[in-house]
Write a protein that binds this ligand. Structure first.
Ligand code: KG4
Ligand code: ZN
Length: 340
């Protein structure tokens, strides 16, 4: 049951998307506006923090205005203002935090601080008729994170393992850059892989010892680099035909997916749980979604996947989680600041 007067406006600026959304009752998305900065960072092959902060300043007010207009709601109809204040790029976070604090003060609304990783986990609940259930193992895979959690409820999560070097999304972006495919690399590799053979090249799978729930993706990135450039890794030449490019993309993707799925199932067994939640930008990957679904079926576990629109950074997931904090009486004050 959606409660009246529970519409929350959320702002998300932790990395390179300027986003605002209005969500009712933690579930019903009235608007979800995302202004991407991909075209600004593309030529650098990754996010440039200073450029990201400046772009957030230019975009934040129009994005918030559009989110309210699309939701057809006036400030008086809002129950609270929520904002991602951790973790992320500090300059980027501060733009969203300043905007949210200003609105909370001007409109006299409660302010709610949100952890970006917890919001990615919550994304699987948005726009769904069937409520998710706890406890569960959650895998968050994005450009900044690759972490496994034991979730007792949307606000109570315990870290089980994380990457010791690159995040999975970072590996996708770097491999796309090695193959000269463009930025962000994840969606491009996902598409290109459909034409490639995932068994063509045996790239290494890094398991980090028996029972480990940590991840490492720097080795596979280097393996792709050596495969592409031969033993002379300093060479800038990339002479690959379309089939080789697709085979490398598909083989790399399969190696990453094997490890992500394998460690999630290991976490389920270690924790004695039977539910999996998948979130973060890389969870939009079609091979990962399919591989995780098959593995969960075999393990007799239930899988909760975010809808594709809520996998990459957005503010709807922030507004959704904020509803639970508002109900629990967990509010921030106007001294709120960003935490990298
Ligand atoms: O969650 P997100 O938008 O931002 C962070 O919190 O980091 O994730 C962005 C990452 C990028 O590295 C992007 O390449 C990756 O998610 N990504 C994908 C796909 N869509 C986005 N990776 C693999 N397959 C995809 N379909
Ligand atoms: Zn994210």
């Amino acid at each position: 049951m959606v409660e009246k007067n529970s519409a929350i406006l959320a702002v998300e600026t932790s990395c390179d998307e300027t986003a605002a959304a209005v969500v009712v009752g933690g579930q019903e998305v009235l608007s979800n506006v995302v202004a991407s900065q991909d075209e600004l960072h593309g030529k650098y092959g990754g996010v440039v923090p200073e450029i990201a902060s400046r772009a957030h300043i230019e975009r934040i007010n129009p994005v918030i205005r559009r989110a309210l207009e699309q939701a057809g709601i006036s400030p008086s109809g809002l129950a609270a203002i929520a904002v991602t204040n951790r973790p992320g790029l500090i300059g980027s976070l501060l733009i969203g935090v300043s905007a949210a604090k200003t609105l909370a003060w001007a409109w006299q609304k409660p302010l709610i601080d949100i952890d970006h990783v917890q919001a990615h986990i919550y994304a699987a609940q948005l726009g769904r008729e069937r409520a998710w259930a706890f406890p569960a193992v959650a895998l968050v895979v994005s450009g900044g994170h690759t972490s496994l959690y034991h979730c007792r409820d949307p606000l109570d999560i315990e870290l089980l393992g994380q990457t010791t070097d690159d995040a999975a999304g970072e590996a996708f972006d770097k491999v796309a850059s090695i193959l000269k495919l463009g930025y962000p690399g994840g969606p491009i590799i996902d598409r290109l892989s459909r034409q490639g053979n995932p068994q063509a090249i045996k790239f290494p799978r890094s398991w980090l010892g028996k029972g480990s729930l940590d991840f490492s993706f720097s080795g596979i990135k280097t393996a792709v680099l050596y495969h592409v450039r031969g033993q002379d890794a300093r060479s800038r030449q990339v002479n690959l035909d379309e089939t080789s490019r697709a085979d490398i993309a598909a083989s790399f993707q399969q190696a990453v997916v094997d490890v992500l799925v394998g460690k999630t199932i290991l976490a389920l067994q270690q924790q004695g749980l039977s539910r999996v939640i998948l979130g973060g930008g890389v969870s939009a990957n079609s091979t990962l979604r399919q591989g995780m679904a098959e593995a969960c079926r075999e393990a007799g576990a239930e899988l909760f996947l975010a809808l594709p629109a809520y996998c990459t950074d957005n503010a709807a997931m922030v507004a959704g989680l904020a509803y639970h904090k508002l109900r629990a009486g967990l509010r921030a004050d106007l001294g709120l600041t960003g935490r990298a």
